[in-house]
Ligand binder design. Structure first.
Ligand SMILES: N[C@@H](CCC(=O)N[C@@H](CS)C(=O)NCC(=O)O)C(=O)O
Length: 215
């Protein structure tokens, strides 16, 4: 099983964390989407040329949400990460779609503005704040974001929250999110090393492609 991936990318972090939780080993094909040669290799398997791209015995999947669900359904020893119970799964799905369409979308919009050397507009900042206010509520309702145990939704929202480090966003007004991050990361015994790897790779990426950003 191969994964075209770069740990700098939050969608790739999603899949890497899911694989860790499932205890499966992926053959990582390190792919820098800013590099023409890497991008040319990637487009041969994925016409949308996005990472993560996953290949299982010739079967190609992209979109981290789709890859994660495939991995859990194929390799999960139980259904805890993506519960089969329809009502529980509907909450996990709601949080996952909230992540792609609202939370991660607005985190990325704010990062992209800084990447382009612009201050995020008041509207972009407000949308991010509204998404974080909702996240604060979700993580305060239960021990984890969609159930009383870790699910895919926690992993995906964790990557979005981690991405706030790009814009040095201060979570001081979000005690619920801070406590939830501790509970989620405690589910991954080597999370400190994983986070260190993200930070080192991101630091290098920022220094190379957007040195005007402080990271
Ligand atoms: N919704 C996708 C987003 C994937 C994505 O946009 N990845 C970025 C890196 S973070 C990428 O590959 N960009 C290169 C491109 O779009 O050409 C997912 O969850 O996998």
């Amino acid at each position: 099983m191969e994964l075209y991936s770069d740990i700098v990318s939050p969608p790739c972090q999603n899949v890497l964390l899911v694989a860790k939780k499932l205890g499966i080993t992926l053959n990582i094909k390190k792919t820098n989407v800013m590099d023409a040669a890497d991008a040319a290799e990637l487009i041969k398997v994925n016409p949308q040329h996005t990472i993560p791209t996953f290949v299982d015995d010739g079967h190609v999947i992209w979109e981290s949400y789709a890859i994660a669900i495939y991995l859990v359904e194929k390799y999960g020893q139980d259904d805890s990460l993506y519960p089969k119970d329809l009502k529980v799964r509907s909450v996990v799905n709601q949080r996952l779609f909230f992540d792609i369409g609202t939370l991660y979308k607005n985190v990325l919009a704010n990062i992209d503005a800084l990447f382009e050397k612009q201050q995020p507009s008041a509207e972009l900042q407000k949308k991010l704040q509204q998404a974080l206010d909702l996240t604060e509520k979700f993580v305060s309702d239960r021990r984890f974001i969609a159930a009383d145990h870790l699910t895919l939704a926690d992993i995906f929202v964790l990557s979005s929250i981690t991405a706030l480090e790009w814009i040095r966003y201060d979570l001081e007004h979000y005690p619920g999110i801070r406590g939830w991050v501790e509970r989620v990361t405690a589910e991954f015994p080597d999370h400190a090393d994983f986070h260190k790897e993200i930070r080192e790779a991101t630091k290098q990426f920022v220094a190379t492609y957007c040195p005007h950003m402080e990271y």
